[in-house]
Design a binder for this molecule. Structure first.
Ligand SMILES: NC(=O)c1ccc[n+]([C@@H]2O[C@H](COP(=O)([O-])OP(=O)(O)OC[C@H]3O[C@@H](n4cnc5c(N)ncnc54)[C@H](O)[C@@H]3O)[C@@H](O)[C@H]2O)c1
Length: 298
């Protein structure tokens, strides 16, 4: 028996990196998983097809999609094809993303618009077309993907310059902060429905962040691993009945570290739990609700 038997998930950007790891973890718990990803390798092979093959190899059901999440046509087709194939939609995880590095003064208008569109409009459109189906089912778990990079630590005073961490990109931070705003607001908008909205703040080595380094952020010591598979159990947990009272929260996951942010207006007010190794979703059901201060679901 998997924790997600009979459930259907749609993962944007599911062909590589965190989306791939999350897709495999959801499938391993019994979910049927639709993988949307526009990327094809140099031989024209679709990464969505590759992940579906991995999912089918563990005996689960998968669906490969290659829709562009930044267009209404793409986002609506992605949801429609998922429901057509699997009959429902329970879990939406939005991993489609990219990065543009550089100082604000050097960014072009096209770079700004492109990155904001992929992250922010991509979240808007995926949610817009998924929510009506979830409302019909009176339930749903929406996982937005944000980043601790949404906010950078500002030194107490301009006299402090030592160890100042340079942000890689203002537009990326702005997009991720927008997703955090979308998360809390949408969670409240959907409060009376059975649809929950939570945000994953991951850290892992992927093709997008090949140079990710474990490092101290906000007084939190660096995690012990940057394997994307270590991030996935938090998403699995947030989609299980044990998380049914959790909505509008930000959950950071990296290696064996889970951090929850207590007050959304004070993202630095965090509580942390560390395991030496990878969590599984059932273990997180024991620790996360109390860390978040919400009752455990059934
Ligand atoms: N890796 C990290 O440490 C880290 C940290 C914080 C946040 N994130 C966020 O996690 C998400 C996943 O990042 P990742 O590191 O796994 O990167 P990744 O590049 O491995 O995966 C992103 C996937 O999105 C796909 N994609 C891009 N544009 C798309 C579109 N228009 N429609 C459909 N698919 C599209 C890409 O082809 C790619 O496969 C991103 O939003 C990223 O900003 C990652």
């Amino acid at each position: 028996m998997g924790l997600l038997d009979g459930q259907v998930a749609l993962i944007t950007g599911g062909g590589r990196g965190l989306g791939r790891a999350i897709s495999l973890a959801l499938a391993a718990e019994g979910a049927s998983v639709a993988i949307d990803d526009i990327f094809r390798d140099e031989n024209g092979v679709s990464v969505a097809d590759e992940v579906v093959a991995e999912i089918e190899a563990i005996g689960a059901r998968g669906l490969a999609l290659r829709e562009n999440v930044t267009t209404s046509e793409g986002a609506s087709a992605m949801v429609a094809q998922t429901v057509e194939k699997f009959g429902r939609l329970d879990i939406l995880v939005m991993c489609a993303g990219n990065m543009v590095r550089g100082k604000l003064e050097d960014l072009t208008e096209e770079q700004w618009d492109g990155l904001m569109s992929l992250h922010v409009k991509g979240h808007f459109l995926a949610c817009k077309y998924a929510i009506p189906q979830m409302k019909k089912q009176n339930s749903g778990s929406i996982i937005t993907v944000s980043s601790r990079g949404a906010f950078f630590q500002v030194p107490a005073s301009k006299t402090e310059t030592k160890d100042l961490r340079q942000p890689p990109s203002t537009v990326y931070s702005a997009a991720k902060a927008a997703i955090m705003g979308l998360t809390t607001t949408l969670a409240v908008e959907l409060w009376e429905t059975g649809i929950r909205v939570n945000s994953l703040l991951p850290s892992a080595t992927t093709q997008l962040f090949p140079e990710s380094k474990p490092r101290m952020v906000g007084g939190v010591p660096p995690s012990e691993s940057l394997d994307p598979a270590d991030v996935a159990p938090a998403v699995v947990f947030l989609s299980t009945p044990a998380a049914k009272n959790i909505s509008g929260k930000f959950v950071y996951a990296s290696g064996g570290d889970i951090i929850v942010y207590g007050d959304q207006l004070d993202v630095r007010g965090s509580r942390m739990v560390r395991k030496h190794g990878r969590w599984d979703a059932a273990e997180l059901a024991d620790v996360l609700p109390s860390l978040l201060g919400v009752p455990v679901g059934e």
